[in-house]
Ligand binder design. Sequence first.
Ligand SMILES: Nc1nc2c(ncn2[C@@H]2O[C@H](COP(=O)(O)OP(=O)(O)O)[C@@H](O)[C@H]2O)c(=O)[nH]1
Ligand SMILES: [Mg+2]
Length: 284
Amino acid sequence: MLDLHRVTEPSLLLLIPAYNEARRIEPVLRDYGRYFQEHYRGKFQLVVVLNGCRDNTLEVVRRVAVDFPAISTLEFADPIGKGGALIEGLKLAPLADLIGYVDADGATPPQAFHDLVKRAGEADCVIGSRWLPGSVLHVEQSGRRRFASRVFHLIVELLFGMHIRDTQCGAKVMHRKAVEAIHPSLRIADMAFDINLLYSLKHAGYRVLEVPTEWTDKIGSKVTLFRTSLTMFLSVIRIRLIYSPFYRWLRPLRPLETWIYRKLRAPQPLPGPPGDGSNLKTNP
Ligand SMILES: Nc1nc2c(ncn2[C@@H]2O[C@H](COP(=O)(O)OP(=O)(O)O)[C@@H](O)[C@H]2O)c(=O)[nH]1
Ligand SMILES: [Mg+2]
């Protein structure tokens, strides 16, 4: 018999974007699968969103999914980037009350993500922060990476004034209604996706709460500092323009924009109308 007293937490959908993660993702999925099976008193689903992987990430995820029925995959052939993968994954929002995401490398341990979920009653979106007092960082990023990240933070603060200390932490959770309301304004496929998401939420009047989190930097990062930074810089300028009154006057510059993104080999989101998640693969 279903024990209704046990079901006291909201249904939760966790997305994990993954690109060539065959070497890092298995223990992470097992940890999350085990942790949420044992500790989460509500429906839990974990969807790994892959695109164009050139290794066997898909087979690895499928193997783990045999042991954890809560795990499934969503796969795309196109190079849609982390942001593009999350834009597609967030179309599954109707499946749950809360929708969140974390990185595939285990930078955020399951209990740290659960801590964000526990604070979901306090805001429309709760994000982990590595720069607030009380956060725990196990391995620090390289000096160059930290410098680039602080410069990026400064630019984002100047352009958007969101007063968010850490926009780039890979752990975030949102209420379904907020995701559904802002989804049409998500169009940044690269690592600046988070700025697109957070600014869209704030612009629509949703409350974003930043809480200290636990984070471990892992080796095997997909970030190539120069190209990723340049793409992210371009993307934040683009987001700023999209939200400015002059955007429609800039239409003639669209081919230039496409050309620069192509030169930078920057990912683009899938075009077209919102999907219905029909390519969601549950157990193999
Ligand atoms: N689907 C998808 N995920 C990606 C892509 N690029 C990066 N990711 C994922 O984004 C997350 C963060 O990437 P990571 O290399 O750990 O970045 P870092 O921790 O900021 O250095 C990981 O889960 C990656 O697998 C991509 O092109 N497509
Ligand atoms: Mg990482």
